[in-house]
Design a protein around this ligand. Structure first.
Ligand SMILES: [Zn+2]
Ligand SMILES: [Zn+2]
Length: 100
């Protein structure tokens, strides 16, 4: 299966958190984000079939949409040089222009 490229900003933001020796996966829009297996997971509670697990592969159309939303939550594009910077950066890493 084709792997989806995950940028450094996303990797840092969405890698599992380690708490008391337990790795806890991050969540985005109700989905558990698993960078290792490149998959989103969510438990769906349906009236007809009850509880089931929904899987969305990163390289599926829906997965790519979620990844793009995740990306723009942590990254911001410089108006001047189009470089991508962390959301919380105050100036562009490439051209040093102020970001807002
Ligand atoms: Zn990204
Ligand atoms: Zn720039």
């Amino acid at each position: 299966m084709e792997e989806v490229y995950i940028c450094e900003l996303c990797q840092l933001a969405y890698e599992p958190e380690e708490m008391n020796g337990v790795r806890k996966l991050k969540e985005f829009k109700g989905y558990t984000v698993d960078l290792r297996v490149q998959q989103f997971r969510k438990i769906i509670y349906g009236k007809t079939f009850g509880e089931r697990l929904e899987f969305i592969q990163f390289n599926s159309p829906k997965g790519k949409t979620l990844l793009a939303q995740m990306h723009w939550k942590v990254a911001v594009e410089c108006d001047n040089c189009n470089a991508e910077n962390p959301r919380d950066a105050t100036e562009c890493k490439d051209c040093r222009r102020r970001l807002n």
